[in-house]
Design a protein around this ligand. Sequence first.
Ligand SMILES: *[C@@H]1O[C@H](CO)[C@@H](O)[C@H](O)[C@H]1NC(C)=O
Ligand SMILES: *[C@@H]1O[C@H](CO)[C@@H](O)[C@H](O)[C@H]1NC(C)=O
Ligand SMILES: *[C@@H]1O[C@H](CO)[C@@H](O)[C@H](O)[C@H]1NC(C)=O
Ligand SMILES: *[C@@H]1O[C@H](CO)[C@@H](O)[C@H](O)[C@H]1NC(C)=O
Length: 965
Amino acid sequence: MEVVASIISGAVVETTRLLCGSIYSTIKNIVKGPLPLHVLEKEMKFLMALRDDATKEMALDKREGKVIKAQAILWVGEVEDLHRKVNDQIQEAKSSRCFLSCSTKRYRMSRKVAKQLKEVKRLLEVGSSLASSVALSHPEFKAVEHIPGSSIQDQTTSISEDLAKTMTLVSDDKYGIIGIWGMGGVGKTYLVRNLNNELQNNSNLRFSCVLWVTVSKNLDIKMVQMRIASRLHLNLEESSGADGMAIQLYQRLKEESFLLILDDVWEKIDLDKLGVPRPEEHRGSKIILTCRSLDVCRDMVTDVEVKMMVLRDEDAWQLFSRYARDVVTSEHIRPLAEAICRECHGLPLAIVTMGAAMRGKTKPELWNHALNQLRRSVPYAAGIEEKLYKPLKWSYDSLEGRYLKNCFLYCSLFPEDFSINISELVWCWLVEGLIDERENYEDFFSRGIALIENLKDSCLLEDGSGEGTVKMHDVVRDVSIWIASTCSEDGSEFLVRSGNGLKEISTAELSNSLKRVSFMNNDLERLPDDSVIQCSEASTLLLQGNRRLDRVPARFLEGFGALRLLNISGTRIKSFPDSLLQLDNIRALLLSNCQDLEELPPLERLSRLQVLDLSLTGIRELPRGLEQLNNLRHLNLGKTRRLKVVQAGVISKLSSLEVLDLSNSCYIWKVKGAVQEKQACFEELQCLERLQVLSIRLILCYSPQDTIISWINRLKAFEVDIEWGYSHLVFQEYRRSKYINCSSLYSQYLQVPSLSPLSGAQRCVIMEGTYLSRGQVGCWLSKASYLCLSSCRGLNKMLQDLIINSVGSFLYLKKLVICDSDCSFQTGGRAAEYDLLPNLEELCLILMTCIESISELANHLGLRFQRLKTIDVISCGEMKYLLSLGNSICTIPNLEVIWVHNCSNLEELFNYLPLQNMTNLDPITPNLRKLELNDLPNLRSLCSDEKAWPGIDQVEVINCNLLRH
Ligand SMILES: *[C@@H]1O[C@H](CO)[C@@H](O)[C@H](O)[C@H]1NC(C)=O
Ligand SMILES: *[C@@H]1O[C@H](CO)[C@@H](O)[C@H](O)[C@H]1NC(C)=O
Ligand SMILES: *[C@@H]1O[C@H](CO)[C@@H](O)[C@H](O)[C@H]1NC(C)=O
Ligand SMILES: *[C@@H]1O[C@H](CO)[C@@H](O)[C@H](O)[C@H]1NC(C)=O
């Protein structure tokens, strides 16, 4: 970006130097002398040249995912406006030359020219002040980020009151630091989360950004700094040390009027050490913190404190009955239910879990029993509020079956406030024997999901921060750890030291009574290398996320003879000692993201191994002995960028393999005959009879594809990235010449939905640099749920073939992406008689520079868009309007989101075909929620029909200068 900066500033200095004299003298003299149109013309050219350079640079920046400064966009817009005016002016002057003798008219014109010259000068100056860069160096910034909600749904009156009170404090300038305190489970996080999310909808937000950080028990200043920095898209220089980082952060935060929400604070945080300006010195900013004790508020010198009280009786009862449902109204149960509710002492967390545990129980005896159990004294658990402990322990006890209980306890191995990936969790449960391992992939997965739903219904787990994740409330986790380390059903003990910032493991803690051990996400530098280690019963050992760990000592592993699962992902280990081979019980060896790992010892002795995760490692070939692992069910070699060799005859021997992931690996599969000698060919995969999920890159050249396609179509889920053998080079060249690589530029739009049965069977086909010759696409389409055509040729012909040959609609396709592919749909040809893609939900067109409207595609394929939810159109330079409405499409009933970016010729979003009856039309997009329009310099109107979008609640319009309303 410096380049543009210097272009602009250099040019400005140059021009201002040149013009300072001349412009001003010209301006002064205009009124008398001849009209200096030529000067104006020349200067305008100069400004336009500057604009051209800047827009080019902006386009490049944009491709790199940077967000262009609004100022820069505005500047370009103004330059263009001025250009138009100047042109008109010049035209007018030229055409009316003969009238120039008329002095009033001439005078008026002179004034105009003088004004415009001034404007040129101003824009040159603005250009120079923009000089530092036209782009912000980071992707989209949101003032408030949505924090996903908990399982408590509607608010009770008490919490709403607390929320209203806190809101008032937030908008009162008197208070800089606001402390919210109260016991665990009383709803503090819930309160501030709702506050945060409500600010999101606040149209006159007084803060430039709202920052959320969950601090948790083990204060990690660096983590807090990193979190704030990443939220602000600030790159902290770790090399500058803690102080340096604090200074950097401080300077950045000084530019903002921020609201910092620190959730779950346990001890004093030194704001200076953190690098957060104190609100009393930095007006307009505020801090809210939540903590369990008033002492923390005192230590942090809060200006005002809100004590969160337990729920009032009527609120408590209302919440309890919401979770326990209608049974509580029965006359035999109601008194017992009320008594149980009272045992929860007004704590929402206790009420909710207790209510959920009693849900649907219709026998009064059960209620009576629960009440007695609750009232019976229980051992005191350190660190857990006793009031909470009883109901939570009761909920745990009432989980049905040992498996469910153990699955629940297993979740406490993960750090506090950690979102656990459901798909990974289920694999852990499987190899731990908590799910029947005889079931096949699909079945055990559904079982896993059912168990998770069961735990969520019991309010013992909640949704995590990303889709497909779950987490535990910190108090629930405390109880769970307490149970797991003292009184779990099968006498197994846990040692949970995850996310504690530990630098080393104390051997004294490791003992033979331990069943599961977690040291994940610490700062361990080395592991004890000691024959004293005796953990001979432990089945799970979690060591992942210790970024500095670079060695696994031989004697350390020897102490863990019974391991079933070892996760050491995300460390710097380079190799394994041979003692790994003594772990003959091991079922899951997880080494993802160990980028320095290039080699493993021969694995043949680990014959029970079911899961081997080598994704993102540095391996160059498959580990020796792999072919003998005939229990292996899941082999993950995704993103192995150095894996060049897959020896023939290895993969085909893995007869139990159900999931094989080689997505984005360096290894590209080819058919027999096309592969190099001794390398595995595609036909080997076809030997894997139990395979259900497959991700590969594949080159198909001159090979009969029908059998390949129909074999792949039989799988439950797949992601196949097809590159074309023979045209490969041609297209490489083509792409290079166009300086385009769709998949890297537009990765966010091309995102392949993740391959897991969680989201239904995903069948993704990506074709890159391909001649779309006859037939193929139709075969893929018969099963694919996602199709991406990137830099392909022959689209027209392909569509024609599809229309002529298709015998029915393609029912599975939900997402279609077409990127940088040639086509012109206007040339007539046959159109489909029915909707070929009736279930399409997302349509994305990128760099399709030859189509004028989506209607061209829609008409060809007979599309009606009845299920369409999202339209994305990016950089389609010739597009004039999105869609014409008429006979076949009058409304898009389910459309929720429209995104249109950088289409220089777009004039209107929706237009009506001529001769259409425009009275009494239904809204075009009755369910549109979000409309984002960006860089559409010719967009004049959205649609002539004003009723088009009744329900819209988010509109973002950037750089669409002609748009009126
Ligand atoms: C904010 O707006 C969104 C979208 O309309 C809505 O779903 C959400 O409930 C609102 N949140 C609050 C706290 O009002
Ligand atoms: C192993 O740890 C890594 C890093 O935290 C994680 O991404 C992965 O999901 C874990 N694997 C399993 C099966 O739990
Ligand atoms: C969970 O893990 C699976 C397998 O590693 C991955 O494909 C998926 O994207 C992950 N999901 C989330 C939400 O991170
Ligand atoms: C247009 O619609 C109106 C009202 O529905 C109807 O009376 C009129 O005949 C229609 N005109 C045409 C040309 O279809």
